[in-house]
Design a protein around this ligand. Structure first.
Ligand code: PEP
Ligand code: MG
Length: 322
């Protein structure tokens, strides 16, 4: 099997009936890029930048960030790189920010909420990203977007920093796609409206499942509610993909579900354009997708959407030998 996967390293991912999907990787540091290329990643679908901020005693400077982003973009040689802006809070803390303890950190002051408040921190990151944008194919993504106003505010800050840089004579790319994570149910439900303003969606199922099922993703006692195959989750995923396509945008997924062999046939059938996963899952996923017909998986996923429980969906996927 490993030999078969190796042969797929440089092949673009196509379903049996000839539909291309992009298989990208999730990374946390510039060093991870080597693994992405070795495993045949067609891009980086999620660069979790919070690791740049963790394990140090103060905020990373603009230049420290610029160098990290530039390194990733250069190593990826023109392949798309989706960089997610700072997603701190929830389970990830920064000691030097001295944030008050919260009763419900996953429902609290995190990610874009913090960035729109601490605009000093956010602007520094945006400047570093904009400066790095000329070294490759940069896409910028905002985490934990719950409302259109949050997206508009974040975008306005980005455009403001871009204008400043350009007036300082700094080169900035004009083709940076700007997207959002869909990991809060309100955003999935309103995806048709978001699709008019964003360039792409990336569905963050790790959080989307947690918030849809109201089950803390870190709490073992409620882990039985963590159900990627629950028809409610599949319906939300479908809403997001359909909304994107209606406006000519693309929809990806960067939660764990994207690399899951049971979910992949369903996601292919629902029309997902980009699957972002840990690098070591890419070749197995490519091998799996090349054996699947997208048209057949579309009928399969139609059936799944009409089912009552996650168990029934799993059984359905098993029935086609997956
Ligand atoms: C997600 O929520 O699915 C996601 C990819 O983000 P993180 O796991 O970093 O919260
Ligand atoms: Mg998340």
């Amino acid at each position: 099997q490993i030999a078969e996967w190796k042969k797929l390293q440089k092949v673009a991912t196509q379903s049996k009936d000839g539909v291309h999907v992009e298989l990208a990787a999730n990374i946390g540091t510039p060093n991870d890029v080597n693994g992405v290329l070795e495993n045949g990643g067609e891009g980086v679908g999620l660069y979790r930048t919070e690791f740049l901020y963790m394990g140090r005693t103060e905020l990373p400077s603009e230049d420290v960030q610029f160098n990290a982003y530039k390194t990733v973009l250069e190593k990826m040689q023109g392949k798309p790189v989706v960089v997610r802006t700072l997603d701190i809070g929830g389970d990830k803390e920064l000691p030097y920010l001295d944030m008050p303890k919260e009763m419900n950190p996953f429902l609290g002051f995190r990610a874009i909420r913090l960035c729109l408040d601490r605009t000093d921190i956010f602007r520094t990151q945006l400047r570093a990203l904009l400066r790095a944008s000329v070294y490759g194919n940069l896409r910028i993504m905002f985490p934990m977007i719950a409302t259109l106003n949050e997206f508009r505010q974040a975008k306005a800050l980005l455009l403001d920093e871009k204008e400043k840089l350009v007036s300082e004579g700094v080169q900035v790319s004009d083709s940076i796609q700007l997207g959002i994570m869909v990991e809060i149910p309100s955003t999935a439900v309103l995806a048709d409206q978001f699709a008019k303003e964003v360039d792409f969606f990336s569905i963050g199922t790790n959080d989307l499942i947690q918030y849809t099922m109201a089950a803390d993703r870190m709490n073992e006692r409620v882990s039985y509610l963590y159900q990627p195959y629950n028809p409610s989750i599949l319906r939300l995923v479908k809403m997001v993909i359909d909304a994107a396509h209606k406006e000519g945008r693309w929809a990806g997924m960067c939660g764990e579900m994207a690399g899951d062999a049971t979910a992949i046939p369903l996601l292919l059938g629902l029309g997902l354009d980009e699957f972002s996963m840990s690098a070591t899952s890419i070749l197995p996923a490519r091998s799996q997708i090349m054996k699947l017909s997208k048209a057949e998986m579309a009928s399969l996923s139609e059936k799944a959407l009409q089912m009552q429980t996650a168990e029934e969906v799993v059984e359905l996927v098993r029935s086609i030998g997956m």
